[in-house]
Design a protein around this ligand. Structure first.
Ligand code: NAD
Ligand code: UGA
Length: 467
Protein backbone atom coordinates (compact mmCIF):
# COMPACT_ATOMS: atom_id res chain seq x y z
CA UNK A 1 0.00 0.00 0.00
CA UNK A 2 1.43 3.38 -1.02
CA UNK A 3 0.70 6.31 1.24
CA UNK A 4 -0.24 9.55 -0.53
CA UNK A 5 -1.86 11.52 2.29
CA UNK A 6 -0.79 11.70 5.90
CA UNK A 7 -2.68 13.44 8.68
CA UNK A 8 -1.07 14.22 12.02
CA UNK A 9 -3.28 15.14 14.97
CA UNK A 10 -1.31 17.41 17.33
CA UNK A 11 0.89 20.27 16.11
CA UNK A 12 3.19 20.40 19.14
CA UNK A 13 6.90 19.86 19.73
CA UNK A 14 6.70 16.40 18.17
CA UNK A 15 3.93 16.66 15.56
CA UNK A 16 5.22 19.90 14.00
CA UNK A 17 8.92 19.07 13.48
CA UNK A 18 8.33 15.37 12.71
CA UNK A 19 5.80 16.07 9.99
CA UNK A 20 7.84 18.95 8.59
CA UNK A 21 10.74 16.54 8.04
CA UNK A 22 8.51 13.80 6.57
CA UNK A 23 7.06 16.39 4.16
CA UNK A 24 10.50 17.68 3.21
CA UNK A 25 11.87 14.19 2.60
CA UNK A 26 8.74 12.86 0.83
CA UNK A 27 7.57 15.50 -1.66
CA UNK A 28 5.18 12.90 -3.13
CA UNK A 29 3.18 12.68 0.13
CA UNK A 30 0.75 15.37 1.29
CA UNK A 31 1.17 15.95 5.00
CA UNK A 32 -1.49 17.85 6.96
CA UNK A 33 -0.89 18.68 10.61
CA UNK A 34 -4.05 19.53 12.53
CA UNK A 35 -4.69 20.86 16.00
CA UNK A 36 -7.62 22.17 18.03
CA UNK A 37 -5.44 25.04 19.20
CA UNK A 38 -6.15 27.70 16.55
CA UNK A 39 -3.40 30.05 17.81
CA UNK A 40 -0.82 27.32 17.42
CA UNK A 41 -1.95 26.56 13.87
CA UNK A 42 -1.90 30.27 13.01
CA UNK A 43 1.68 30.47 14.28
CA UNK A 44 2.68 27.43 12.19
CA UNK A 45 1.20 29.26 9.20
CA UNK A 46 2.89 32.59 9.98
CA UNK A 47 4.70 33.88 6.94
CA UNK A 48 7.55 34.92 9.20
CA UNK A 49 9.14 31.55 10.03
CA UNK A 50 10.92 33.07 13.02
CA UNK A 51 7.48 33.11 14.66
CA UNK A 52 6.84 29.36 14.51
CA UNK A 53 5.41 28.09 17.84
CA UNK A 54 8.34 25.72 18.35
CA UNK A 55 11.93 26.94 18.37
CA UNK A 56 14.31 24.33 16.97
CA UNK A 57 17.55 25.03 15.10
CA UNK A 58 16.96 24.34 11.39
CA UNK A 59 13.18 23.95 11.67
CA UNK A 60 12.44 27.27 9.98
CA UNK A 61 14.28 26.25 6.81
CA UNK A 62 12.49 22.88 6.61
CA UNK A 63 9.09 24.52 7.07
CA UNK A 64 9.91 27.26 4.57
CA UNK A 65 10.77 24.63 1.96
CA UNK A 66 7.79 22.29 2.40
CA UNK A 67 4.93 24.47 3.66
CA UNK A 68 2.33 25.15 0.99
CA UNK A 69 3.96 22.54 -1.28
CA UNK A 70 3.03 19.32 0.54
CA UNK A 71 3.00 20.44 4.18
CA UNK A 72 -0.15 22.04 5.55
CA UNK A 73 -1.26 23.20 8.98
CA UNK A 74 -4.99 23.36 9.68
CA UNK A 75 -7.69 23.33 12.34
CA UNK A 76 -9.99 21.24 10.14
CA UNK A 77 -9.35 17.91 11.85
CA UNK A 78 -12.25 16.02 10.23
CA UNK A 79 -11.21 16.90 6.70
CA UNK A 80 -7.60 15.86 7.25
CA UNK A 81 -8.68 12.54 8.81
CA UNK A 82 -11.07 11.87 5.95
CA UNK A 83 -8.44 12.47 3.27
CA UNK A 84 -5.57 10.52 4.81
CA UNK A 85 -4.69 6.85 4.50
CA UNK A 86 -2.36 7.13 7.48
CA UNK A 87 -3.10 9.14 10.65
CA UNK A 88 -0.48 9.92 13.29
CA UNK A 89 -1.70 10.67 16.80
CA UNK A 90 0.80 13.10 18.31
CA UNK A 91 -1.25 14.64 21.08
CA UNK A 92 -0.07 15.30 24.61
CA UNK A 93 -0.17 12.50 27.19
CA UNK A 94 0.53 14.35 30.45
CA UNK A 95 0.58 12.92 33.96
CA UNK A 96 -2.95 12.62 35.35
CA UNK A 97 -3.86 15.40 37.75
CA UNK A 98 -7.06 13.82 39.05
CA UNK A 99 -8.70 10.53 39.96
CA UNK A 100 -7.14 7.09 39.92
CA UNK A 101 -3.40 7.20 39.22
CA UNK A 102 -3.29 10.96 39.94
CA UNK A 103 0.29 12.23 39.83
CA UNK A 104 1.58 9.04 38.14
CA UNK A 105 -0.47 7.50 35.35
CA UNK A 106 -0.58 9.00 31.86
CA UNK A 107 -3.75 10.92 31.09
CA UNK A 108 -5.07 9.29 27.94
CA UNK A 109 -8.12 11.47 27.43
CA UNK A 110 -6.66 13.32 24.43
CA UNK A 111 -5.66 10.05 22.77
CA UNK A 112 -9.12 8.61 23.35
CA UNK A 113 -10.73 11.73 21.86
CA UNK A 114 -8.53 11.34 18.77
CA UNK A 115 -9.48 7.68 18.38
CA UNK A 116 -13.17 8.48 18.72
CA UNK A 117 -12.90 11.28 16.17
CA UNK A 118 -11.09 9.03 13.69
CA UNK A 119 -13.75 6.33 14.15
CA UNK A 120 -16.55 8.85 13.62
CA UNK A 121 -15.08 10.48 10.52
CA UNK A 122 -13.41 7.58 8.67
CA UNK A 123 -15.16 6.41 5.52
CA UNK A 124 -12.45 3.99 4.41
CA UNK A 125 -9.68 1.84 5.91
CA UNK A 126 -7.01 3.71 7.89
CA UNK A 127 -3.62 3.04 9.40
CA UNK A 128 -3.54 4.75 12.79
CA UNK A 129 -0.06 5.43 14.18
CA UNK A 130 0.70 6.03 17.84
CA UNK A 131 3.34 8.77 17.78
CA UNK A 132 2.60 9.96 21.31
CA UNK A 133 4.35 8.15 24.15
CA UNK A 134 1.84 5.71 25.60
CA UNK A 135 1.58 3.07 28.31
CA UNK A 136 2.24 -0.44 27.07
CA UNK A 137 -0.99 -2.05 25.80
CA UNK A 138 -2.69 1.23 24.85
CA UNK A 139 -2.99 -0.03 21.27
CA UNK A 140 -5.59 -2.57 22.38
CA UNK A 141 -7.74 0.20 23.92
CA UNK A 142 -7.39 2.30 20.77
CA UNK A 143 -8.34 -0.66 18.61
CA UNK A 144 -11.36 -1.29 20.76
CA UNK A 145 -12.53 2.31 20.40
CA UNK A 146 -11.87 2.40 16.66
CA UNK A 147 -13.67 -0.88 16.04
CA UNK A 148 -16.67 -0.19 18.24
CA UNK A 149 -17.50 3.51 18.16
CA UNK A 150 -17.53 4.17 14.40
CA UNK A 151 -20.26 3.89 11.80
CA UNK A 152 -20.02 0.13 11.91
CA UNK A 153 -19.75 -0.10 8.10
CA UNK A 154 -16.90 -2.58 7.97
CA UNK A 155 -14.02 -0.10 7.97
CA UNK A 156 -10.74 -1.72 9.00
CA UNK A 157 -8.15 -0.04 11.17
CA UNK A 158 -4.55 -1.09 11.67
CA UNK A 159 -2.78 0.31 14.72
CA UNK A 160 0.96 0.87 14.62
CA UNK A 161 3.24 2.07 17.38
CA UNK A 162 5.95 4.44 16.12
CA UNK A 163 7.40 6.21 19.16
CA UNK A 164 9.46 9.34 18.65
CA UNK A 165 13.00 9.53 20.04
CA UNK A 166 13.93 13.10 19.06
CA UNK A 167 15.37 15.35 21.74
CA UNK A 168 14.39 18.99 21.80
CA UNK A 169 17.06 21.41 20.68
CA UNK A 170 18.39 18.81 18.23
CA UNK A 171 15.03 17.69 16.82
CA UNK A 172 15.79 18.36 13.17
CA UNK A 173 19.19 16.63 13.25
CA UNK A 174 17.65 13.70 15.17
CA UNK A 175 14.81 13.38 12.67
CA UNK A 176 17.07 13.65 9.61
CA UNK A 177 19.53 11.16 10.99
CA UNK A 178 17.86 8.97 13.60
CA UNK A 179 19.79 6.26 15.48
CA UNK A 180 16.80 4.06 14.65
CA UNK A 181 13.14 4.24 13.73
CA UNK A 182 10.93 1.85 15.67
CA UNK A 183 7.69 0.50 14.25
CA UNK A 184 5.50 -1.98 16.08
CA UNK A 185 2.48 -3.66 14.54
CA UNK A 186 0.27 -6.73 14.46
CA UNK A 187 1.86 -10.01 13.44
CA UNK A 188 -1.08 -10.70 11.06
CA UNK A 189 -0.57 -10.23 7.29
CA UNK A 190 -2.66 -7.01 7.45
CA UNK A 191 -0.51 -5.78 10.33
CA UNK A 192 2.66 -6.55 8.41
CA UNK A 193 1.31 -4.72 5.37
CA UNK A 194 0.63 -1.64 7.51
CA UNK A 195 4.14 -1.83 8.97
CA UNK A 196 5.57 -1.99 5.46
CA UNK A 197 3.59 1.10 4.42
CA UNK A 198 5.21 3.11 7.22
CA UNK A 199 8.64 1.57 6.59
CA UNK A 200 8.29 2.81 2.99
CA UNK A 201 7.70 6.38 4.23
CA UNK A 202 10.82 6.43 6.40
CA UNK A 203 12.89 4.56 3.82
CA UNK A 204 12.84 7.76 1.76
CA UNK A 205 15.74 8.95 3.92
CA UNK A 206 16.49 6.44 6.68
CA UNK A 207 18.66 3.41 5.81
CA UNK A 208 16.47 0.28 6.04
CA UNK A 209 18.80 -1.45 8.53
CA UNK A 210 18.01 1.36 10.96
CA UNK A 211 14.26 0.79 10.69
CA UNK A 212 13.39 -1.72 13.37
CA UNK A 213 10.08 -3.56 13.34
CA UNK A 214 8.62 -5.34 16.38
CA UNK A 215 5.32 -6.35 17.85
CA UNK A 216 3.17 -3.50 19.19
CA UNK A 217 3.83 -4.12 22.87
CA UNK A 218 7.61 -4.19 22.50
CA UNK A 219 7.49 -0.92 20.61
CA UNK A 220 5.26 0.81 23.17
CA UNK A 221 7.38 -0.42 26.07
CA UNK A 222 10.70 0.38 24.37
CA UNK A 223 9.85 4.08 24.39
CA UNK A 224 9.23 4.17 28.15
CA UNK A 225 12.33 2.04 28.68
CA UNK A 226 14.56 4.31 26.59
CA UNK A 227 13.51 7.40 28.52
CA UNK A 228 13.87 5.60 31.84
CA UNK A 229 17.44 4.52 30.97
CA UNK A 230 18.39 8.00 29.76
CA UNK A 231 16.99 9.72 32.85
CA UNK A 232 18.61 7.10 35.06
CA UNK A 233 22.03 8.02 33.64
CA UNK A 234 21.48 11.67 34.52
CA UNK A 235 20.32 10.81 38.03
CA UNK A 236 23.27 8.46 38.43
CA UNK A 237 25.83 11.11 37.49
CA UNK A 238 23.98 13.69 39.59
CA UNK A 239 24.12 11.37 42.59
CA UNK A 240 27.88 11.14 42.08
CA UNK A 241 28.09 14.94 41.73
CA UNK A 242 27.07 15.35 45.36
CA UNK A 243 29.63 12.82 46.49
CA UNK A 244 32.29 14.56 44.37
CA UNK A 245 31.56 17.87 46.10
CA UNK A 246 32.12 16.24 49.50
CA UNK A 247 35.30 14.40 48.57
CA UNK A 248 37.21 16.78 46.32
CA UNK A 249 36.63 14.68 43.21
CA UNK A 250 35.48 16.42 40.00
CA UNK A 251 32.37 14.92 38.42
CA UNK A 252 33.49 15.87 34.91
CA UNK A 253 36.73 13.95 35.40
CA UNK A 254 34.79 11.01 36.82
CA UNK A 255 32.36 11.11 33.87
CA UNK A 256 35.24 11.15 31.41
CA UNK A 257 36.99 8.29 33.17
CA UNK A 258 33.94 6.03 33.21
CA UNK A 259 32.71 7.14 29.78
CA UNK A 260 35.88 5.84 28.12
CA UNK A 261 34.75 2.36 29.07
CA UNK A 262 33.04 1.37 25.85
CA UNK A 263 30.42 -0.54 27.82
CA UNK A 264 29.38 2.68 29.55
CA UNK A 265 29.97 5.22 26.76
CA UNK A 266 30.59 8.97 27.06
CA UNK A 267 27.18 10.44 26.26
CA UNK A 268 24.51 11.69 28.67
CA UNK A 269 26.85 11.91 31.65
CA UNK A 270 26.74 15.66 32.22
CA UNK A 271 25.97 16.51 35.83
CA UNK A 272 23.37 19.24 36.14
CA UNK A 273 20.93 21.04 38.37
CA UNK A 274 18.52 18.22 37.50
CA UNK A 275 16.83 17.00 34.36
CA UNK A 276 13.71 18.70 33.10
CA UNK A 277 11.59 18.45 29.99
CA UNK A 278 8.10 17.27 29.37
CA UNK A 279 8.86 13.58 29.24
CA UNK A 280 11.48 12.05 31.53
CA UNK A 281 9.53 12.54 34.74
CA UNK A 282 6.15 11.88 33.16
CA UNK A 283 7.29 8.69 31.47
CA UNK A 284 9.07 7.27 34.51
CA UNK A 285 6.07 8.01 36.73
CA UNK A 286 3.98 6.21 34.16
CA UNK A 287 6.37 3.25 34.18
CA UNK A 288 6.24 3.15 37.97
CA UNK A 289 2.46 3.19 37.84
CA UNK A 290 2.32 0.39 35.28
CA UNK A 291 4.72 -1.75 37.35
CA UNK A 292 2.57 -1.16 40.44
CA UNK A 293 -0.62 -2.15 38.65
CA UNK A 294 1.03 -5.51 37.88
CA UNK A 295 2.06 -5.81 41.55
CA UNK A 296 5.77 -5.37 40.70
CA UNK A 297 6.64 -3.20 43.70
CA UNK A 298 10.42 -3.70 43.53
CA UNK A 299 10.44 -2.71 39.85
CA UNK A 300 8.35 0.36 40.66
CA UNK A 301 10.57 1.41 43.59
CA UNK A 302 13.71 0.94 41.50
CA UNK A 303 12.59 3.42 38.84
CA UNK A 304 10.97 5.83 41.26
CA UNK A 305 14.40 6.43 42.77
CA UNK A 306 15.43 8.18 39.53
CA UNK A 307 12.78 10.84 40.20
CA UNK A 308 13.58 11.08 43.91
CA UNK A 309 17.23 11.72 43.08
CA UNK A 310 16.28 14.37 40.53
CA UNK A 311 14.02 16.21 42.97
CA UNK A 312 16.84 16.12 45.51
CA UNK A 313 19.30 17.57 43.00
CA UNK A 314 17.06 20.57 42.24
CA UNK A 315 16.37 21.21 45.92
CA UNK A 316 19.99 20.94 47.03
CA UNK A 317 21.04 23.46 44.38
CA UNK A 318 18.61 26.02 45.83
CA UNK A 319 19.56 25.11 49.41
CA UNK A 320 23.23 25.61 48.58
CA UNK A 321 22.56 29.12 47.28
CA UNK A 322 20.76 30.03 50.50
CA UNK A 323 23.35 28.53 52.84
CA UNK A 324 26.29 30.02 50.91
CA UNK A 325 24.69 33.46 51.01
CA UNK A 326 24.99 33.43 54.80
CA UNK A 327 21.72 31.55 55.31
CA UNK A 328 19.51 34.30 54.00
CA UNK A 329 18.50 35.49 50.56
CA UNK A 330 15.62 37.60 51.83
CA UNK A 331 15.46 40.77 49.74
CA UNK A 332 18.60 39.78 47.82
CA UNK A 333 18.64 39.85 44.05
CA UNK A 334 19.54 36.48 42.52
CA UNK A 335 20.02 36.49 38.75
CA UNK A 336 19.05 33.42 36.72
CA UNK A 337 20.77 32.78 33.43
CA UNK A 338 18.40 30.48 31.60
CA UNK A 339 14.88 29.23 32.19
CA UNK A 340 14.45 26.62 29.40
CA UNK A 341 14.97 22.98 30.44
CA UNK A 342 17.99 22.75 28.12
CA UNK A 343 19.68 24.93 25.51
CA UNK A 344 18.35 25.58 22.00
CA UNK A 345 14.68 25.24 22.91
CA UNK A 346 11.97 27.59 24.14
CA UNK A 347 10.35 24.71 26.02
CA UNK A 348 10.26 25.12 29.80
CA UNK A 349 8.17 22.14 30.85
CA UNK A 350 9.48 20.70 34.14
CA UNK A 351 12.58 22.88 33.85
CA UNK A 352 14.75 22.78 36.98
CA UNK A 353 14.75 26.61 36.91
CA UNK A 354 11.07 26.66 37.89
CA UNK A 355 11.67 24.68 41.06
CA UNK A 356 14.84 26.52 42.04
CA UNK A 357 13.01 29.85 41.57
CA UNK A 358 10.09 28.58 43.63
CA UNK A 359 12.40 27.61 46.51
CA UNK A 360 14.22 30.95 46.40
CA UNK A 361 10.96 32.91 46.28
CA UNK A 362 9.89 31.00 49.39
CA UNK A 363 13.03 32.45 50.98
CA UNK A 364 11.90 35.92 49.84
CA UNK A 365 14.67 36.35 47.28
CA UNK A 366 14.20 38.75 44.36
CA UNK A 367 14.79 36.63 41.28
CA UNK A 368 15.64 38.25 37.93
CA UNK A 369 15.70 36.01 34.89
CA UNK A 370 17.21 36.22 31.46
CA UNK A 371 16.62 33.52 28.84
CA UNK A 372 17.29 34.14 25.14
CA UNK A 373 14.20 32.24 23.95
CA UNK A 374 11.63 32.06 26.75
CA UNK A 375 9.04 34.84 27.03
CA UNK A 376 7.98 36.38 30.35
CA UNK A 377 4.39 35.09 30.21
CA UNK A 378 5.70 31.52 29.96
CA UNK A 379 7.87 31.95 33.07
CA UNK A 380 5.00 33.39 35.09
CA UNK A 381 2.66 30.65 33.87
CA UNK A 382 5.20 28.03 35.00
CA UNK A 383 5.35 29.53 38.49
CA UNK A 384 1.60 30.12 38.75
CA UNK A 385 1.02 26.46 37.85
CA UNK A 386 2.80 25.38 41.05
CA UNK A 387 0.20 27.26 43.09
CA UNK A 388 2.75 28.09 45.79
CA UNK A 389 1.74 31.77 46.00
CA UNK A 390 -0.59 34.18 44.23
CA UNK A 391 0.00 35.32 40.66
CA UNK A 392 0.65 38.86 41.98
CA UNK A 393 3.27 37.58 44.41
CA UNK A 394 5.02 35.69 41.60
CA UNK A 395 5.16 38.87 39.51
CA UNK A 396 6.47 40.84 42.47
CA UNK A 397 9.16 38.30 43.30
CA UNK A 398 10.35 37.49 39.79
CA UNK A 399 11.50 40.03 37.24
CA UNK A 400 12.08 39.03 33.62
CA UNK A 401 14.86 40.88 31.80
CA UNK A 402 15.44 41.14 28.07
CA UNK A 403 19.11 41.81 28.68
CA UNK A 404 21.43 39.50 30.58
CA UNK A 405 23.68 42.28 31.93
CA UNK A 406 20.62 44.05 33.29
CA UNK A 407 19.48 40.81 34.96
CA UNK A 408 22.82 40.53 36.75
CA UNK A 409 23.20 44.18 37.71
CA UNK A 410 23.17 44.65 41.48
CA UNK A 411 22.74 40.91 42.10
CA UNK A 412 24.29 39.08 45.03
CA UNK A 413 24.52 35.88 43.05
CA UNK A 414 24.09 34.45 39.56
CA UNK A 415 22.68 30.97 39.02
CA UNK A 416 23.24 29.29 35.66
CA UNK A 417 20.18 27.12 35.03
CA UNK A 418 20.44 26.43 31.28
CA UNK A 419 23.58 25.73 29.26
CA UNK A 420 23.00 28.36 26.52
CA UNK A 421 26.26 28.85 24.60
CA UNK A 422 26.05 32.65 24.76
CA UNK A 423 26.59 32.61 28.54
CA UNK A 424 30.16 31.47 27.96
CA UNK A 425 30.94 34.49 25.78
CA UNK A 426 29.81 37.22 28.19
CA UNK A 427 32.07 39.97 29.49
CA UNK A 428 32.27 38.48 32.98
CA UNK A 429 34.46 41.30 34.27
CA UNK A 430 31.75 43.80 33.39
CA UNK A 431 29.14 41.63 35.10
CA UNK A 432 31.33 41.33 38.20
CA UNK A 433 31.85 45.08 38.43
CA UNK A 434 28.08 45.68 38.54
CA UNK A 435 27.30 43.09 41.24
CA UNK A 436 27.17 43.17 45.04
CA UNK A 437 30.31 41.83 46.71
CA UNK A 438 31.19 39.13 47.38
CA UNK A 439 29.82 38.15 43.97
CA UNK A 440 28.74 34.52 43.72
CA UNK A 441 28.18 32.32 40.68
CA UNK A 442 26.37 28.98 41.05
CA UNK A 443 26.99 27.12 37.85
CA UNK A 444 24.26 24.47 37.67
CA UNK A 445 25.48 23.35 34.25
CA UNK A 446 29.23 23.43 34.71
CA UNK A 447 29.76 25.52 31.57
CA UNK A 448 31.75 28.54 32.74
CA UNK A 449 35.52 28.94 32.96
CA UNK A 450 36.33 28.47 36.63
CA UNK A 451 39.85 29.90 36.50
CA UNK A 452 38.74 33.01 34.62
CA UNK A 453 35.85 33.68 37.01
CA UNK A 454 37.97 33.16 40.10
CA UNK A 455 40.63 35.48 38.75
CA UNK A 456 38.03 38.20 38.21
CA UNK A 457 37.03 37.82 41.86
CA UNK A 458 33.88 35.68 41.77
CA UNK A 459 33.15 33.08 44.40
CA UNK A 460 32.44 30.24 41.99
CA UNK A 461 30.51 27.05 42.70
CA UNK A 462 30.29 24.38 40.01
CA UNK A 463 27.96 21.44 40.30
CA UNK A 464 29.94 18.30 41.14
CA UNK A 465 33.25 19.91 41.88
CA UNK A 466 34.75 19.71 45.35
CA UNK A 467 37.22 22.21 46.77
P1 NAD B 1 2.49 19.26 22.87
O1 NAD B 1 1.65 19.57 24.06
O2 NAD B 1 3.56 20.21 22.44
O3 NAD B 1 1.52 19.06 21.60
C1 NAD B 1 0.35 18.32 21.63
C2 NAD B 1 -0.69 19.04 20.76
O4 NAD B 1 -1.83 18.18 20.62
C3 NAD B 1 -1.22 20.34 21.36
O5 NAD B 1 -0.97 21.40 20.46
C4 NAD B 1 -2.71 20.09 21.55
O6 NAD B 1 -3.53 21.23 21.30
C5 NAD B 1 -2.98 19.01 20.52
N1 NAD B 1 -4.19 18.22 20.79
C6 NAD B 1 -4.56 17.61 21.93
N2 NAD B 1 -5.71 16.94 21.78
C7 NAD B 1 -6.10 17.15 20.49
C8 NAD B 1 -7.20 16.71 19.71
N3 NAD B 1 -8.14 15.91 20.24
N4 NAD B 1 -7.28 17.12 18.44
C9 NAD B 1 -6.34 17.92 17.90
N5 NAD B 1 -5.26 18.36 18.57
C10 NAD B 1 -5.14 17.97 19.86
O7 NAD B 1 3.10 17.81 23.13
P2 NAD B 1 4.45 17.20 22.50
O8 NAD B 1 5.64 17.66 23.28
O9 NAD B 1 4.43 17.39 21.03
O10 NAD B 1 4.26 15.67 22.86
C11 NAD B 1 3.31 14.87 22.20
C12 NAD B 1 3.57 13.41 22.53
O11 NAD B 1 4.86 13.04 22.07
C13 NAD B 1 3.56 13.10 24.03
O12 NAD B 1 3.00 11.82 24.22
C14 NAD B 1 5.03 13.06 24.39
O13 NAD B 1 5.28 12.20 25.48
C15 NAD B 1 5.65 12.50 23.14
N6 NAD B 1 7.05 12.88 22.91
C16 NAD B 1 7.47 14.15 23.11
C17 NAD B 1 8.79 14.51 22.84
C18 NAD B 1 9.29 15.91 23.04
O14 NAD B 1 10.47 16.13 22.88
N7 NAD B 1 8.46 16.87 23.38
C19 NAD B 1 9.66 13.56 22.30
C20 NAD B 1 9.20 12.26 22.09
C21 NAD B 1 7.89 11.94 22.39
C1 UGA C 1 14.45 13.18 25.86
C2 UGA C 1 15.16 12.03 25.15
O1 UGA C 1 16.54 12.35 25.03
C3 UGA C 1 14.56 11.80 23.78
O2 UGA C 1 15.16 10.67 23.18
C4 UGA C 1 13.06 11.56 23.92
O3 UGA C 1 12.46 11.42 22.65
C5 UGA C 1 12.43 12.73 24.63
O4 UGA C 1 13.07 12.90 25.93
C6 UGA C 1 10.97 12.55 24.92
O5 UGA C 1 10.48 11.45 24.96
O6 UGA C 1 10.37 13.60 25.16
P1 UGA C 1 14.53 15.84 25.75
O7 UGA C 1 13.81 15.76 27.05
O8 UGA C 1 13.99 16.70 24.69
O9 UGA C 1 14.68 14.36 25.12
O10 UGA C 1 16.03 16.33 26.00
P2 UGA C 1 17.33 15.60 26.62
O11 UGA C 1 18.49 16.00 25.83
O12 UGA C 1 17.11 14.16 26.83
O13 UGA C 1 17.46 16.31 28.04
C7 UGA C 1 16.54 16.06 29.08
C8 UGA C 1 17.02 16.75 30.34
O14 UGA C 1 18.15 16.07 30.88
C9 UGA C 1 17.44 18.20 30.14
O15 UGA C 1 17.03 18.98 31.23
C10 UGA C 1 18.96 18.10 30.09
O16 UGA C 1 19.58 19.30 30.47
C11 UGA C 1 19.20 16.99 31.08
N1 UGA C 1 20.50 16.30 30.85
C12 UGA C 1 20.70 15.59 29.72
C13 UGA C 1 21.48 16.38 31.82
O17 UGA C 1 21.31 17.02 32.87
N2 UGA C 1 22.67 15.73 31.60
C14 UGA C 1 22.90 15.00 30.48
O18 UGA C 1 24.01 14.43 30.35
C15 UGA C 1 21.89 14.94 29.52
Amino acid sequence: MKIKNICCIGAGYVGGPTMAVIAQKCPHINVTVVDINADRIAAWNDEDVSKLPVYEPGLDAVVAEARGRNLFFSTDVDKAIDEAEMIFMSVNTPTKTYGKGKGMAADLKYIELCARQIARVAKDDKIVVEKSTLPVRTASAIKNILDNTGNGNGIKFQILSNPEFLAEGTAIADLMNPDRVLIGGDTTPEGQEAIQALVDVYANWVPEEQILTTNVWSSELSKLTANAFLAQRVSSINAMSELCEKTGADVNEVAKAIGMDSRIGPKFLKASVGFGGSCFQKDILNLVYIAKTYGLDEVADYWEQVIIMNDHQKRRFADNIVSTLYNTVSGKKIAFLGWAFKKDTNDTRESAAIYVADDLLNEQAKVSVYDPKVVAERMYADLDYLNTRTAEENREGLEVCKDSYQACEGAHAIAVLTEWDEFKTYDWKKIYDQMQKPAFVFDGRGILDKEQLKEIGFVYYKIGEGE
